[in-house]
Design a protein around this ligand. Structure first.
Ligand code: BGC
Length: 350
């Protein structure tokens, strides 16, 4: 791998990537000279396009990569690991220069990285970590922080009772991010649980992050414990939407604190209408564009300087973490709308 990526600083990303050299032995060459005649081909292997956020990720990634002069081949696996491996195989057959992967299962996709490496193609994990493999770079948000902000919001907005009951809905167990979100939530919640201020009456993992599975978890909580709970700590907007549907059927939506993540349009609408309490706004444009720039640079055999590293079980993967913001009805205009992530009309109506 080290021969594949020469040690050249990538000027367009240098402003944010400072510190850890991705690969290389110090030899320097101009990547742009090497590749000037050849159109760079980037493979983007996605878990799914079912959720609003992933369509945005794709569109913004492709737009930036094309603006740089690259061609992008996008394949989405509909939450199926076998399909995602086939997709990666197809990208290798199509001789892409670099593969950017949003893994459905971060453990299962190690095989995809190995296959790509055997063909001499570097791999970047996008948003979700790929574990136990020789991954080249990982770009994501601060996912532990996401969980911390969700739990912090929840405890700060619980009724001022001595004891509050909550339901916890985690994401897909196969997604390393879901574990990180839980870890962040635990960082905040554990002391409240130990003091008896918060009691978790029901908790479960929503397979594939599916809103219907989240609804089932909320339904099970209601069946087993009734409706006398004060909050649902849902790990993203999709699962929040499923939970809110269950709460609606019981006539209690709007009176329960519900967290989320992704600032999906429907979630932002629920926030201003009062059925969801908050979301986490992640600047996807930054993630998508930065990833496209890095993929382009790596395809040109330039070295990327990463600011951080992540232990993926096999190695310290050069990493880049982007900041996130908690959003509720009070700062919706100053964040999501000000950034043009959604228009005011899209959220509040005309
Ligand atoms: C992402 C979230 C997303 C979830 C479900 C996670 O890996 O970080 O933004 O909501 O997957 O797609």
């Amino acid at each position: 791998m080290s021969a594949r990526i020469a040690l050249v600083v990538v000027s367009l990303i240098l402003s944010v990537l400072i510190g850890l050299a991705l690969k290389g032995d110090g030899a320097s060459s101009s990547g742009t000279e090497e590749s000037s005649d050849k159109k760079i081909k980037i493979g983007l292997s996605m878990d799914t396009l079912e959720e609003e956020r992933w369509k945005r990720d794709r569109d913004m990634f492709v737009a930036r990569a094309e603006a740089l002069g690259a061609e992008v081949m996008v394949l989405a696996a509909s939450s199926d690991d076998t399909q995602q491996i086939k997709d990666i195989d197809a990208l290798i057959t199509n001789a892409v220069d670099v593969i950017v992967i949003v893994p459905h299962d971060g453990a299962a996709m190690a095989k995809g990285v190995e296959m790509a490496h055997q063909a001499g193609i570097p791999c970047i994990a996008y948003d979700r970590l790929i574990t136990n493999c020789d991954l080249d770079l990982y770009i994501t948000f601060d996912n532990v922080r996401v969980g911390e902000l969700q739990a912090k919001y929840l405890v700060e907005n619980l009724p001022k009772a001595k004891k509050n009951k909550i339901v916890r809905i985690y994401g897909a167990k196969t997604d390393n991010n879901a574990l990180l979100f839980k870890q962040g939530q635990d960082n905040i919640l554990n002391s409240y649980i130990e003091k008896g201020i918060v009691e978790v009456i029901h908790e479960d993992w929503a397979a594939d992050w599916n809103p219907e599975n989240a609804k089932k978890i909320c339904d099970a909580a209601i069946t087993n414990h009734g409706t006398k709970f004060q909050a649902v700590l849902a790990s993203n907007d999709g699962t929040a939407g499923g939970a809110i549907q269950a709460l609606k059927e019981e006539g209690i939506s709007g009176s329960i604190v519900v967290t989320g993540q992704d600032a999906e349009r429907s979630a932002c609408q629920r926030i201003v209408n009062g059925t969801q309490s908050m979301t986490i706004y992640k600047p996807i444009k930054l993630l998508a564009e930065r990833s496209a720039e890095i993929a382009f640079a790596i395809a040109n055999r330039e070295v990327v300087i990463a600011s951080d590293k992540t232990d993926n079980g096999k190695k310290e993967v050069p990493s880049l973490f982007l900041e996130i913001t908690a959003v509720d009805k009070n700062n919706m205009m100053d964040t999501v709308v000000a950034d043009k992530f959604h228009s005011k009309a899209d959220i509040y109506g005309e």
